[in-house]
Design a protein around this ligand. Structure first.
Ligand code: SF4
Length: 296
């Protein structure tokens, strides 16, 4: 968990090249410069940069209609395989108290800190045995948008921060493609310790850890949750359904809304699915009232 960050600096040329490559993978190839970023959480300092390559807030897709075709909400074969792995294990619905009354925004940081202190040097489930660092969560305690992943990988286990490896870089690109910045969203996982060999968390492990995630959600009270992959949506909802049954719809969850998309690690294995993820992200943008990319 971190306090609100310093403003993001304009992208250097390598980062800009990577960003443009990500947009190209989404099928976006034309761009224009705009003087002011109209989306929420825009960084005026980045917009004001006049020299060098254009900043991230200056780059917006030009030729891109919203992607809403039903085929974009169908399910690739590899996600089905992941579902089977979860379905083979016993699931049970965790007994959770109803969400408490919302806290004043100025108390969110301290409330998250208390949850982290309560977790302590946790040994509540077997995942404690192989971890290096507990990965609690990271981002803005007052975020309007919260991403939920499965669990830490090797990079996250080493750093103590969620989504910092290759999957994390892709998630950063996804966030930035929405016109947002990572430091203004909140990110957490179903389990806070790395499963051995990055396996899917066992139900007992996930259900032991997920109440902490729900408490983080109850504190942050995002306007929108985005579940990244099958494990996240399964343990957020307690329901086992195909990812295709979740995607393409906004679901009520614990006093907020839930949208489901693919885990960045899955998108790294199958980049062709990025356009499907982009359809999900555009739905999230509409829920947040963010401006969708459009032709000028
Ligand atoms: S995964 Fe969660 S419950 Fe298990 S040891 Fe880590 S912090 Fe504790």
């Amino acid at each position: 968990m971190t306090a609100p960050h310093e403003p993001t600096k304009p992208l250097d040329r390598d980062a800009l090249r990577a960003r443009l490559g990500f947009y190209r993978e989404l099928g976006i190839s034309e761009f224009y410069r705009r003087p002011v970023d109209p989306v929420l959480w825009a960084d005026p300092a980045a917009v004001a940069a006049q020299d060098g390559p254009p900043s991230e807030s200056e780059m917006r897709p030009l030729s891109h209609a919203p992607v809403t075709a039903p085929s974009l909400f169908q399910q690739p074969a590899e996600e089905s395989a992941q579902e089977s792995e979860i379905a083979a294990r016993k699931l049970f619905q965790p007994i959770l108290p109803p969400p408490p009354a919302p806290l004043p925004p100025e108390q969110h940081f301290a409330a998250l800190k208390l949850i982290r202190e309560e977790i302590g040097d946790c040994t509540r489930c077997p995942l404690c045995q192989g971890r290096n660092k507990i990965v609690f969560g990271d981002g803005d305690p007052n975020a309007r948008l919260m991403f939920v992943g499965e669990g830490p990988g090797a990079d996250e286990d080493a750093s103590g921060l969620p989504f910092v490896g290759r999957g994390g870089q892709l998630l950063n690109n996804m966030i930035q493609a929405m016109g947002l910045k990572r430091e203004h969203v909140y990110i957490a996982n179903v389990v806070k310790c790395r499963p051995p060999a990055n396996r899917t968390p066992d139900p007992d492990e996930a259900h032991t850890c997920v109440p902490f995630l729900f408490r983080q959600i109850d504190v942050v009270r995002p306007k929108l949750l985005v579940a990244l992959g099958q494990t996240a949506v399964t343990y957020l909802t307690g329901e086992k359904k195909p990812l295709s049954a979740w995607r393409g719809t906004v679901h009520p969850l614990r006093g907020t809304k839930l949208i489901v998309t693919y885990h960045p690690a899955f998108l790294l294995r199958d980049p062709n699915q990025k356009r499907h993820a982009w359809a999900d992200l555009q739905m999230a943008m509409r829920e947040l009232g963010l401006e969708l990319p459009k032709r000028e």
